[in-house]
Design a protein. Structure first.
Lengths: 887, 376
C-alpha cells in the first residue's frame, strides 16, 4: 500500500485545509510545529480509512475544529494498492458521504465502506468511532505520538494476518486450540501426581506410605505367627520331656542316691567329733608342760641377775674413790686465779681516771683558741655595719630615680613638640633689605639671612621704612602658644621641687644614686661572708664561748696550750689500753678455772649416786632370791618340768592316731558325692516342676494366641499389601506415563514455537544487527508481542529496557512484521508520529539506516516537529505550513 | 448293612482371599462356611450316616475363635456323625484348632481323630474308620501303614481316612510329603479310602478317591466344587460314589488374542458363555495380540462392563500390545506440535532398546483417551 496524496478540510486542528501531494514511495518526513496539526494528519488518515462516514454524536463533535459550527469535515486520500490507484473521499457530519474509485471500479456509501474493508482487511465497530482494534494492520503499523515505546498489543486482525503470513512459510506447527486444550488436560492429570516443582503428591506418597505401613504390619504378623509356631513347638517339646521323666522315673533314682550320701556324711561327722576331742586334750597337756618349764627357767634367771648386781656395786665404789684427789686440785687452782683477777681490776680503774683528766685539759685548750678567732670576726663585722649605715643615708638624700627622670624627659619632649607645632603655625617673614638696611624687633637686630617666624603680635622696625606690625592669625596660634607655656612652666616647677637646675643635672643625680646602690651591695656581701647568720648571732656565739670557757676554767684555773694538752692525753690513753688487756686476760683465766672445777665436782656427785643405787639393787635381788629358794628349791622345779613334758607327748600320739582313722574314710569324696546327689535331685525336681508349670502356662497362652487368628490376620495383611503394591505400581506407571506424555508434548510445543517464530526472526535479524548486535528478540508465539531482549545469554524483559531501547526495539519489530506482511501482499505502510524522541544521536543515526533499509520496499511516513534531526536521512521533507490550502 | 457317608475335605475355613479386594474377597470368605452348611444339608438329604472330612477343614491352626464357632454352627445342619482328621494346614500340634475345639467342648456327633493308630467305630459298629493323624505339618513316615494290620470286626465296613498325596497318581507330587501309597486300600483291605489335600475331585482307583474342596478357592484346571456321596452296601462290596456339585462360585481362566474389533466381539461372546451367571463367576483373562488405540479403547470399554457384572475380573494384559495406527494418530492431530509428540512417543514405543518403551506406550494410550475426552 502506498499513499500518494492526502487532503483534509475542517478536521480538528486543520480548520484551514491542508493538502499534501507527492508522498514519496520510500520515506516522507512531514514537518510541523507543535499544535500545527501534524498529529491530526494521522487522525485524518485513521478516520478516512476506518471510521464510518455515517458517524454521529460525540465522534463527529470530536472531529470538528474548535468552535466551528456548520462545517463538514472532509478527507480525501489517493493510494495505490496491488498496483491499482484508488481515490477515497469521505465527508463526515452533516450530509456525510463516501466514495471510492480505482482499480476499474467506483463505489459509494456503504458499498464503498465494504469495498474498503475488503481491500484493507479490518473489522469495523458496530457503532461509534474505530479504535485501535478496528484498524487492522494500521493498528499495528500506524503509531501515534507517544506510543512508540509501548508494547505492540496488536489487534486480532493483525495477529491473524501475521499468523497467516508465518504459517504460509512454516505450515501449521502450533497445535492451535486443540493442542492447547490437550496439553492443559494432560497437565491437569500430571498435576494429580506431581506438584508444579516435580515433587510427588499424596496420590503417590500416601500409597507409598501405605505400602510401608502394610509391609511393617505384615512383618509384625509374620513375627507373631513365627513366635506362635515356635511356642507350639516348645509346648510339644515340653510334653515329650515330661513323658520322658515319667517313663524313666529318674526322680526316684536321684532321691535314693541322695539318701545314701547323707548317711555317709553322718558317719564321717562322728569320727570328726572324736578327732576334735583328742586335739583339745593334747592342747591342754602342752600348756601345762610349757608353764613348768617356764618356772624353772625364771629361777635360773633370777640367780644370775643377783650375782651381776653385786659385781656392779663393787665397781661403782672404786670409781668414786679414784675421783676425789683430782677434784681437790681443781679447787686450789680456782682460789689462785680469783686473787689475780681482783688485782688487775684495780689497775685498770686507775688508768681510766688518768685518761679522763687528760681529755678535759685538751678540750679546754681548744675552746680558748676558738673564742679568739670569733672575737676578731665580730670586730670586722661591726666596722662593716657602720659603713653600710653611712651609704644608706647618702642614698636616701638623692631624690632622682628612674620614674622621676622618665617623667622629666616626657615633659621635655612634649615641650619640643609644642615648640615645633608653634613654629609650624607661625608666620614666616623673609626680609630682603636693600643695601645695608637693617631690621629690628623689639630693638634687637633681626638676622635677615633666614626667615623669621612670628607666633604673636610683633612689631618690626625696618630701617629706612618704619615699623611693621605682624599679627599672626590669633585663633590658630593662641592655643599652641598656651600649651607650650603651660608645659614649660610644669617642667620648671618640677625641677625646682627636686632642687635641680635642668634635665642634665637630673641625669647626673640618677647616675650617682645607681653607683651608691652598687657600693651598698658590695658591703652587704662582705658582711654576709663574715657573719652569715647576722652580726647579732655572731655576738651571741662569742658570749656563749666565753661562758663555757669560764665554766671549765673554774676547775684548775689557767689553760694550757693545746698541743701539750694533746700529748698528755695520748699517753694516758696508751696506759689505759694496756690495763684493759691485762684485765681481760685475768678474766679469761678465772672463767677457765671455774669451769674445770665445776666439771670435776659434777663427776664426783654422779659417781657417788651410782655407788648408792648399785648397792641398793644388789641387796634387793639377794633378798628376792633367798625368799624364792625358801618357797621352792631349784631342783624341785626342774623335776616338775620334766614330768609335764612326758604327759604332753602321750596326748599328741593319741591325736595323730585319730587323724589317721578319719583319713581312711576319704572325707572329700563323701562330701563331693553328697553335693552331687543333692544337686542332681534338686535340679531334676526343679526342672520337672518348671516343665510342668511351663506346660500349663504355654497351654493357656497358646489357647489365647490361637483365638486371635494370627494366620488369618497375616493372610489378610499379605493380601492388603499385595493390593497396595499393585495399586502403587499402577499409579506409578500412570504417573510416569502422564509425565512422559506432558514432557514430550511440552518439548514438541517448545520446538514448534521456535519454528513458528523463525520467519519473524529472519526478518528481524538484519534490523537488530544495526542497533543491537549479538542480540536476539524473544516474542510470544500466541500474541506475537515482544517479551524480552536476550543479550549475551541474559534475558532482559521488554518492560525493563530503557524507554529509548523500547521504542527502537518496537519500531524494528514493526519493520520486520511489515516486511513479512508485504511479502505476502498485505496492504502495509508505516506511519510514525514523532517516534524515536528518546533515542540518543548515535542510536538515532542507526535507526535512520534501519528505516532506509525498510523503505526499499515499504512506504514510511514520519510526522515530526524535529526537522533538523531528519535532515541527514536524505528523505523527502514536506512542511505542513507549505501545504495550507484555504483560509 | 449299608453304610452311606459324605466324603469331603479341604474346606480351608479361615482362608482370607485377601488379594481379591473389597466386597468380592469378603463374599468368598463368607461363602466357605455357607458351603459347609450345604455339605451338611446334602448329608441330611441323602440320609447319610456320617460326613468324613479328610483334613484341612481349616486353612491354618491360627484361625480366630470366630471361625471355629462359625464352623460349629454350620455342623448343626447335619445331626449324623462328623469325623475330622487333621491335615497339613491344621496338623494336631501341641496347640491347634483341634485342641482348642476340644477345650471349647463339641457336640456328641462330632469326632476328632487325633490319637495315633486308633480306629473309630461308627453307626453302631457297621463301619470302622481308620484315621491317619498328622501330628506335624509334614510327615515322612506313611501314616496309613498301620491300616494294614488294624484289627476290625469281620462284619464292619473298613474305611481309611487320610490327608496327603498319592505320588503315582497326582501331577508334580513325587517330592511332596505326607505320602499315601495308591495301593493302600487294597493292602489294608479297605472298602474305601477317603483322601484329602488335592482340591479337585479325583478317582485314584475304585476304592480310593479325593473328594476335592467343596468350594473352589483358586483359579485351577482341576475339578473342584464337589462333595462325594459314597454308599457301601456290605464289607468288601464295591463303593458307589456320586459326585455332587456343592460350589457356589466358578473360577475361570481364559486367554484371548485380540487384533481387531471382530476379536473384541468374539471375546465378549466367549465371556458371556463362560459366565452364564456372571455374579457367581471369577474370571482371570490373559490378553495377547496387538491392537490399535481405537480398538484397545473399545476392548477395555467392553471389559469395563464385564468387570462390573462379574464377581471378580482379573485382566493380565502384558501380552497385549497397543500399537497406534495412522488413523489413531490422525485422530489425535494431523499436524502441529501434538502430532510431533505423538510420533515421538510412537517411535519410542517401537524402539526395543528404549528402557521407557512401555511408559511411552502407556503415554500414547492416555493421550488417545485424553484426546477423546477433550472432544478432539
Amino acid at each position: 500500500m502506498r499513499i500518494e496524496r492526502l487532503a483534509v478540510r475542517d478536521f480538528r486542528k486543520l480548520d484551514r485545509g491542508v493538502e499534501i501531494a507527492g508522498f514519496d514511495p520510500a520515506i516522507t518526513i512531514i514537518v510541523g510545529d507543535n499544535e500545527e496539526g501534524k498529529s491530526t494528519l494521522l487522525k485524518a488518515l485513521q478516520a478516512v480509512f476506518f471510521d464510518r462516514h455515517g458517524l454521529t454524536g460525540k465522534a463527529i463533535e470530536d472531529m470538528l475544529p474548535f468552535g466551528a459550527k456548520g462545517v463538514r469535515p472532509a478527507i480525501d486520500v489517493d493510494f495505490v494498492l496491488a498496483g491499482a490507484l484508488y481515490r477515497l473521499e469521505k465527508a463526515f457530519g452533516r450530509d456525510p458521504s463516501v466514495s471510492l474509485e480505482g482499480g476499474g471500479g467506483r463505489w459509494q456509501g456503504e458499498d464503498a465502506e465494504d469495498r474498503l474493508r475488503e481491500l484493507l482487511g479490518f473489522t469495523q465497530p458496530g457503532r461509534g468511532p474505530a479504535k485501535e482494534e478496528h484498524r487492522g494492520l494500521a493498528g499495528l503499523l500506524w503509531v501515534e505520538q507517544g506510543r512508540a515505546f509501548a508494547r505492540l498489543e496488536m489487534n486480532s486482525d493483525s495477529q491473524t494476518a501475521l499468523r497467516e503470513a508465518i504459517e504460509g512459510e512454516v505450515g501449521q506447527v502450533l497445535g492451535g486450540d486443540r493442542g492447547r486444550r490437550l496439553l492443559a488436560a494432560v497437565k491437569e492429570r500430571v498435576g494429580d501426581y506431581y506438584t508444579p516443582t516435580g515433587r510427588e503428591k499424596k496420590t503417590l506418597s500416601d500409597r507409598r506410605k501405605r505400602v510401608g505401613e502394610l509391609e511393617n504390619e505384615r512383618q509384625t504378623q509374620e513375627r507373631e505367627l513365627r513366635d506362635y509356631d515356635k511356642k507350639v513347638k516348645e509346648l510339644g517339646d515340653l510334653r515329650r520331656r515330661l513323658i520322658r521323666y515319667d517313663r524313666k522315673d529318674s526322680l526316684t533314682t536321684a532321691k535314693t542316691a541322695m539318701d545314701e550320701a547323707d548317711k555317709a556324711v553322718r558317719e564321717l561327722e562322728k569320727v570328726d567329733a572324736r578327732v576334735e576331742t583328742a586335739k583339745a586334750s593334747m592342747g591342754g597337756a602342752e600348756a601345762v608342760a610349757r608353764a613348768a618349764e617356764k618356772d624353772r627357767d625364771r629361777r635360773a634367771g633370777l640367780a644370775a641377775k643377783a650375782s651381776r648386781a653385786e659385781e656392779e656395786a663393787r665397781e661403782a665404789a672404786t670409781a668414786l674413790e679414784n675421783l676425789e684427789p683430782e677434784r681437790d686440785g681443781a679447787e686450789r687452782a680456782l682460789t689462785e686465779t680469783l686473787r689475780q683477777f681482783d688485782k688487775s681490776g684495780r689497775r685498770r680503774d686507775e688508768a681510766k681516771d688518768a685518761a679522763v683528766s687528760a681529755r678535759r685539759a685538751r678540750e679546754r685548750a681548744k675552746t680558748a683558741d676558738e673564742l679568739e678567732t670569733i672575737e676578731n670576726k665580730l670586730k670586722r663585722a661591726d666596722a662593716l655595719n657602720e659603713k653600710i649605715g653611712r651609704e644608706k643615708r647618702a642614698s636616701a638624700a638623692n631624690p632622682v630615680d628612674d620614674d622621676v627622670l622618665d617623667r622629666l624627659r616626657d615633659l621635655s619632649s612634649k615641650i619640643a613638640g609644642a615648640e615645633a607645632a608653634l613654629e609650624a603655625a607661625a608666620v614666616a617673614l623673609t626680609f630682603e633689605p636693600e643695601g645695608a638696611m637693617a631690621v629690628s624687633l623689639d630693638g634687637e637686630p633681626v638676622d635677615t639671612d633666614r626667615p623669621v617666624r612670628v607666633t604673636e603680635r610683633k612689631t618690626f622696625r625696618l630701617q629706612g621704612f618704619g615699623a611693621v606690625e605682624v599679627r599672626p592669625g590669633d585663633e590658630d596660634i593662641v592655643p599652641l602658644r598656651d600649651r607650650l607655656s603651660g608645659l614649660s612652666r610644669r617642667l620648671r616647677d618640677k625641677l625646682r621641687e627636686l632642687g635641680l637646675n635642668d634635665l642634665a643635672a637630673a641625669q647626673t643625680a640618677l647616675r650617682e644614686r645607681q653607683r651608691s646602690a652598687g657600693r651598698l651591695e658590695r658591703l652587704r656581701g662582705e658582711l654576709k661572708g663574715i657573719a652569715p647568720e647576722g652580726v647579732e648571732a655572731l655576738r651571741e656565739t662569742v658570749r656563749g664561748k666565753r661562758e663555757s670557757l669560764a665554766a671549765v676554767e673554774g676547775g684548775d684555773g689557767g689553760s694550757p696550750d693545746i698541743e701539750s694538752a694533746r700529748t698528755v692525753e695520748a699517753e694516758a690513753e696508751g696506759r689505759l689500753e694496756d690495763a684493759e688487756s691485762a684485765f681481760a686476760a685475768a678474766l679469761r683465766e678465772r672463767d677457765a678455772a671455774r669451769s674445770a672445777h665445776g666439771k670435776l665436782q659434777d663427776e664426783w656427785i654422779g659417781a657417788a649416786e651410782r655407788r648408792r643405787l648399785k648397792a641398793e639393787a644388789a641387796d634387793r635381788l639377794q633378798t628376792e632370791l633367798a625368799q624364792a629358794r625358801r618357797d621352792t628349791a631349784d631342783d624341785v622345779l626342774a623335776e616338775r618340768a620334766e614330768a609335764d613334758r612326758r604327759k604332753f607327748d602321750e596326748r599328741k600320739a593319741e591325736y595323730e592316731r585319730m587323724l589317721k582313722e578319719r583319713d581312711a574314710l576319704a572325707p572329700d569324696e563323701v562330701q563331693l558325692e553328697h553335693g552331687r546327689a543333692r544337686d542332681a535331685y534338686d535340679r531334676l525336681k526343679k526342672e520337672k516342676n518348671k516343665a510342668e508349670r511351663d506346660e500349663r502356662d504355654l497351654t493357656i497362652e497358646l489357647r489365647t494366641l490361637g483365638q486371635r487368628g494370627l494366620a488369618e490376620e497375616l493372610e489378610r495383611a499379605r493380601g492388603e499389601l499385595d493390593i497396595a503394591c499393585a495399586e502403587l505400581a499402577r499409579e506409578e506407571a500412570e504417573a510416569k506415563a502422564w509425565k512422559l506424555l506432558m514432557d514430550t508434548l511440552r518439548e514438541a510445543e517448545r520446538e514448534a514455537k521456535e519454528t513458528f517464530l523463525g520467519p519473524v526472526r529472519d526478518r528481524l535479524k538484519p534490523y537488530l544487527r544495526m542497533l543491537f548486535p549479538d542480540t536476539e528478540l524473544r516474542l510470544r508465539e500466541d500474541t506475537l508481542d515482544i517479551v524480552s531482549l536476550v543479550r549475551g545469554g541474559v534475558e532482559e524483559p521488554f518492560d525493563d529496557l530503557s524507554v529509548g531501547a523500547r521504542e527502537q526495539v518496537a519500531v524494528l519489530t514493526r519493520l520486520a512484521f511489515a516486511d513479512l506482511l508485504r511479502e505476502k501482499d498485505r496492504p502495509v505502510a508505516l506511519i510514525l508520529d514523532d517516534p524515536l524522541v528518546n533515542s540518543d544521536d548515535e542510536r538515532f543515526d542507526r535507526m535512520q539506516l534501519a528505516l532506509r533499509k525498510a523503505a526499499e520496499t515499504l512506504q514510511i511516513v514520519v510526522l515530526t516537529c524535529h526537522e533538523a534531526r531528519y535532515e541527514t536521512l536524505g528523505a523527502k521533507t514536506v512542511r505542513l505550513a507549505d501545504c495550507r490550502t484555504g483560509g | 448293612m449299608t453304610f452311606r457317608f459324605v466324603h469331603t475335605a479341604d474346606w480351608q475355613l479361615g482362608k482370607q482371599f485377601a488379594n481379591i479386594p473389597g466386597d468380592a474377597g469378603a463374599a468368598l470368605r463368607e461363602r466357605r462356611v455357607e458351603t459347609v452348611k450345604a455339605v451338611g444339608r446334602l448329608a441330611a438329604e441323602r440320609d447319610a450316616d456320617a460326613v468324613l472330612v479328610a483334613g484341612d477343614a481349616f486353612d491354618a491352626n491360627a484361625v480366630a475363635d470366630r471361625t471355629l464357632t462359625r464352623m460349629s454352627v454350620a455342623l448343626k445342619e447335619f445331626a449324623g456323625d462328623w469325623v475330622f482328621i487333621p491335615g497339613n494346614h491344621d496338623p494336631a500340634l501341641a496347640d491347634s484348632v483341634w485342641s482348642r475345639l476340644r477345650h471349647r467342648g463339641l457336640s456328641d456327633n462330632v469326632y476328632l481323630a487325633l490319637e495315633l493308630e486308633k480306629p473309630l467305630t461308627l453307626a453302631g459298629g457297621r463301619a470302622v474308620v481308620l484315621p491317619a493323624v498328622l501330628r506335624r505339618r509334614h510327615e515322612i513316615d506313611d501314616l496309613t501303614a498301620w491300616f494294614d494290620n488294624a484289627e476290625t470286626q469281620e462284619d464292619a465296613i473298613r474305611i481309611g481316612l487320610a490327608h496327603g498325596s498319592v505320588p503315582e497318581s497326582l501331577p508334580d507330587s513325587s517330592a511332596k510329603p505326607n505320602r499315601v501309597p495308591a495301593g493302600r486300600a487294597e493292602a489294608a483291605r479297605l472298602d474305601y479310602l477317603a483322601l484329602g489335600d488335592w482340591h479337585g475331585t479325583r478317582r485314584i482307583n475304585d476304592r480310593t478317591w479325593y473328594s476335592g474342596t467343596p468350594e473352589t478357592d483358586r483359579f485351577t484346571s482341576s475339578d473342584p466344587g464337589h462333595a462325594l456321596v459314597v454308599t457301601i452296601r456290605k464289607p468288601g462290596g464295591s463303593p458307589e460314589v456320586e459326585k455332587v456339585p456343592t460350589g457356589h462360585f466358578t473360577w475361570r481362566e481364559e486367554s484371548a488374542e485380540v487384533r481387531d474389533d471382530a476379536d473384541v466381539e468374539a471375546l465378549d461372546r466367549k465371556i458371556g458363555e463362560l459366565a452364564p451367571e456372571p455374579e457367581r463367576c471369577l474370571l482371570r483373562l490373559t490378553l495377547d495380540g496387538a491392537v490399535d488405540l481405537a480398538t484397545r479403547k473399545r476392548l477395555f470399554d467392553r471389559l469395563g462392563d464385564w468387570e462390573a457384572r462379574l464377581h471378580h475380573l482379573d485382566i493380565w494384559e502384558d501380552g497385549l500390545l497397543a500399537e497406534p495406527s495412522e488413523d489413531d494418530l490422525d485422530r489425535i492431530d494431523r499436524d502441529g506440535f501434538v502430532r510431533v509428540a505423538v510420533e515421538r512417543l510412537r517411535d519410542r514405543a517401537r524402539d526395543e532398546r528404549d528402557p521407557d518403551r512401555a511408559v511411552a506406550r502407556a503415554a500414547l494410550i492416555r493421550l488417545y483417551k485424553t484426546h477423546v475426552g477433550t472432544g478432539g
